[in-house]
Write a protein that binds this ligand. Structure first.
Ligand code: AQP
Length: 338
């Protein structure tokens, strides 16, 4: 049997569970911009239904949804080149998500490390939604027959689960309807780490504000956070190998490389032997020069929430045109009358 051909199409999303961080920017948004206008159709989404898997204050959720949308736009997502919308406006995500809840196996869900990390010792008290999150994520991707998903390293397991769900659906219903989507995890900043603990990921919802750079931080806050970032006493080594077992140092080098569009090797070559007293201010200046134009533009956009909402609604109209026929065909395959 010949494989069906799928349109090269990118889908990815960010959940509005707080303000955007440098991790979201370098690991996701900057790369989303890079894939726009080339070989792929690009679809980017503010995944608000994922945000409510943990409690969100309604007014703050609406604000964070607009902030993430503003972050996409300010960083260079162009609504004339990419489809940009928020997930809850396209109900096909949730509808396909239910079908995938019936395809995914409990054993698969039990292996998801993100649920284990987020639930901690309190799994019994977590929402059912947090547990089922990866099958909704599979639906987000497959409702567009997306072939590629740019994500940070932390989402790799969920994209692999998406492939498992597509493969099981195709097998069970004797079809080749869903593609086996490829994760795209590239560049020096696929896992930006917490500034206070280099073994943990930088997260929007981390406990202390000092552990992350927020996209809306001003120059003073960015300088202060990098200055106080945990490091070891040794200077930067002569080669990248010298950063083995130095997670905090490696993280700052990776951030520098990602911000300056170069490689960690090139950063080391340029700064070998430098102490933190020199490297941290250079990193802070670089971060401010790259982030300030984006945060200024985010601020400007957020002063006009009606315009952000209009852009999201228009994106949702375009998203539905792709999603609806895929949902209807899925219903036919499953045997649901309509
Ligand atoms: N620290 C990171 N380094 C690289 N990439 C990252 N991403 C998130 N944090 C980092 C990538 O950003 C995209 C959107 O992620 P998300 O917001 O939907 O979910 P998340 O990964 O759970 O993000 P947070 O910031 O950690 O949120 P909370 O604290 O609410 O759980 C994804 O591509 C992700 O890989």
């Amino acid at each position: 049997m010949t494989e069906p051909t799928f349109t090269p199409r990118v889908f990815s999303g960010i959940k509005p569970s707080g303000g955007l961080t440098l991790g979201n920017y370098l690991g996701a948004i900057k790369r989303f911009v890079g894939m726009q206008g080339g070989a792929f159709e690009t679809i980017y989404c503010v995944v608000d239904l994922h945000a409510i898997t943990v409690w969100q204050d309604p007014a703050e959720l609406a604000q964070a949804t607009r902030e993430v949308a503003a972050g996409f736009l300010a960083a260079g997502i162009d609504p004339s080149k990419s489809i940009l919308f928020n997930q809850s406006m396209v109900s096909a995500h949730a509808e396909l998500g239910w079908i995938f809840n019936c395809v995914a196996r409990l054993g698969w869900m039990n292996r998801m490390t993100q649920f284990k990390e987020k639930a901690g010792k309190n799994a019994e008290k977590q929402s059912l939604g947090l547990y089922a999150y990866p099958s909704l994520m599979a639906a987000d991707i497959l409702i567009y027959h997306a072939t590629h998903v740019p994500v940070g390293e932390d989402q790799k397991q969920h994209v692999e689960l998406t492939r498992d769900i597509a493969a099981k659906f195709n097998h069970d219903y004797k079809t080749d309807f869903f593609p086996l989507t490829e994760p795209v995890i590239e560049g020096p900043a696929t896992r930006v780490m917490n500034l206070r603990d280099g073994t943990k990921k930088m997260s929007k919802s981390g406990e202390s504000d000092m552990e992350r750079i927020n996209m809306l931080d001003d120059a003073d806050a960015i300088s202060k956070k990098f200055k106080k970032a945990r490091t070891d006493p040794a200077p930067l080594p002569e080669t990248l190998d010298g950063l083995k077992d130095r997670p905090e140092a490696r993280n700052l080098v990776d951030i520098y490389a990602a911000l300056s569009d170069t490689t960690p090797e090139a950063v080391i070559a340029e700064h070998a032997g430098a102490g933190w007293g020199a490297f941290k201010p250079a990193l802070a200046d670089l971060a401010v020069s790259k982030l300030a134009p984006i945060s200024d533009e985010m601020g400007r956009l957020m002063n006009d929430p009606a315009e952000i909402d209009r852009i999201l609604r228009s994106g949702a109209d375009k998203a539905r045109v792709i999603a609806e026929p895929i949902l209807q065909r899925t219903y036919d395959i499953v045997g649901l009358l309509r």
